[in-house]
Design a binder for this molecule. Sequence first.
Ligand code: 3HC
Length: 298
Amino acid sequence: MSEIEVLGVVGGGFMGSGIAESAARAGLTVVIHEPEAAPLERSRERIEASVAKATRAGKLTAEEGEAMLGRLTWTTELEDLRGVDAVVEAIIEDAKAKGSLFKKLDALLPDAVFLASNTSSIPIAEIAAWTRRPDRVIGVHFFSPVPVMTLVEIVRAIDTSDATLAAADALAARMRKHPVHTADRAGFIVNMLLVPYLMAAIRMFEDGFATREDIDEGMKQGCGHPMGPLTLCDFIGLDVMYAIGVSLYDEFKKPEYAPPPLLKRMVVSGHFGRKSGRGFYEYPQAPKPAAAKVPAAA
Ligand code: 3HC
């Protein structure tokens, strides 16, 4: 039985909204925080649309959908997280931004069971070092799209306690996710294997080796992957891919992790993939990005 009944989710982007949706679906009460009103509203719309789709598809009754939405609160005030049992953070992949958030959460939530990060590549120990209670800081790394993907990587840092680990495992079970346990090394299990493959696909495209379509079809039809690598990069977000590549390269200094020059050029030009309307493919429905920027290197 999970000790967590009320979960705070900081960051209402694609990942944070997916985590909040999955938690609310599992019966938890969830408070989602985003400092800006516009992305917070997008988070609400995204979850409401997903619930409406699940209701139409007969996966949820109208009453269950309504009850689930009733368990979610959206707020721009971090203070509104006071009293939650635990937090999962899913903000940008920036070690300083995460660290200063954890410092605030540590002060705001002295009794929280754990403070977790959904980071895909920043050392949990580095985030924990910003708090006075590193024993309760842990990584819980979900996969996109969170409502569909059943895996969670549980990342134990150097000071994470057994009790924190057990509570994170219990949360994963409650959310009907399969936990795998990994050491606190950039990339954990999945990205350490996935990122060299995706970077290789980008290099292959950059070198004119094959068309984007043929690279993707090669892996879909040749290996049975649900998405080809360039489509998957666009889906994950090229800004996110770039930040993960930088973190992994920073940690291991192996060229297979280094973001290829084309990836950096695409990110500085605001070509973030599906979310910005343009990546390796074009997505005419997506909103244009407000400003292009390269995520901070780790
Ligand atoms: N929310 C809720 N449900 C969703 C969803 C979402 N965002 N997206 C898709 N679904 C559901 C659909 O409703 C559908 O459900 P049903 O089968 O019960 O009707 C099911 O998922 C399949 O969706 P679709 O039929 O629309 O589309 P596909 O069959 O093409 O599947 C996909 C979509 C599940 C995204 C599939 O293409 C896939 O598995 N892609 C690979 C995803 C992947 O590799 N993720 C990991 C990325 S790495 C990562 O996250 C780590 C990070 O650190 C980078």
